[in-house]
Design a protein around this ligand. Structure first.
Ligand SMILES: [Zn+2]
Length: 229
């Protein structure tokens, strides 16, 4: 039994959220829902398309954009003239576009299926949006290529650095922390990761602030100790 609660995907022994990291059933549900959307759109998850292309051009979801400069929210989805329409608001930062369109696309999918999932729908749409923008196969290749750099991954997928950073935990299982959010295997982050020794976790520049990533040598030592038991 691994003390890290990594869940191994046999036979490749690959860490994968699709098989569920412990306690992440809801995450796996959202990942699978997003893969269903890509399948429905006939988009290869190994070659994701830009979110606007997926939503507007392939799935043919009407998008009003920019909709209303004075609205405080970023986006929503409304039933207008016989169709669900995504409204993107004027003040949206360009790097937030993919996230918002992805989020509303997941709402669209759940409405299309007639699935009413409150109160977890918002959570599923957030996670599903990450999965539409950064599907597991393409993300794993990017991880390797960009050596776990959230900045480079975000640039490559035209998404935000926090999303790329948290996605490392979701896909790879390696524990990551940003702004109080934790992803990946359970990890002793303590009251704040800045208090942890450098041998346990290191800082990662995220949007001009700091995120944290568990140190690989520390994880390996934990795994070795768990195997001895
Ligand atoms: Zn929503």
């Amino acid at each position: 039994m691994s003390g890290l609660h990594y869940c191994h995907l046999s036979p490749a022994s690959e860490r994968s959220i699709l098989i569920l990291m412990h306690g992440d059933e809801q995450g796996a549900e959202a990942e699978n829902d997003a893969l269903d959307v890509l399948r429905f759109a006939k988009v290869d998850p190994d070659m994701p398309v830009p979110m606007l292309t997926l939503a507007r051009d392939i799935l043919q979801i009407p998008i009003s954009w920019p909709y209303d400069a004075n609205c405080p929210k970023e986006s929503d989805i409304v039933w207008i003239e016989g169709a669900w329409r995504i409204r993107i608001y004027h003040h949206l930062k360009p790097e937030r576009e993919a996230y918002c369109i992805g989020h509303e696309t997941m709402h669209w999918w759940y409405r299309k299926l007639g699935r009413v999932q409150l109160p977890s729908e918002e959570w599923l749409c957030n996670r599903g949006s990450a999965a539409l923008s950064l599907p597991p196969p393409a993300f794993r290749r990017a991880l390797k290529h960009f050596k776990y750099s959230p900045r480079q991954i975000a640039g490559s997928f035209k998404t935000t650095e926090p999303m790329a950073h948290l996605r490392i935990g979701e896909i790879d299982g390696r524990p990551v922390w940003w702004n109080g959010k934790q992803r990946g295997a359970p990890f002793a982050w303590g009251s704040h990761p800045s208090l942890l020794p450098r041998s346990m976790a290191h800082r990662v520049s995220i949007d001009g602030g700091w995120g944290y990533m568990a140190e690989r040598s520390y994880l390996r030592a934990l795994e070795a100790r768990a195997d001895e038991r």
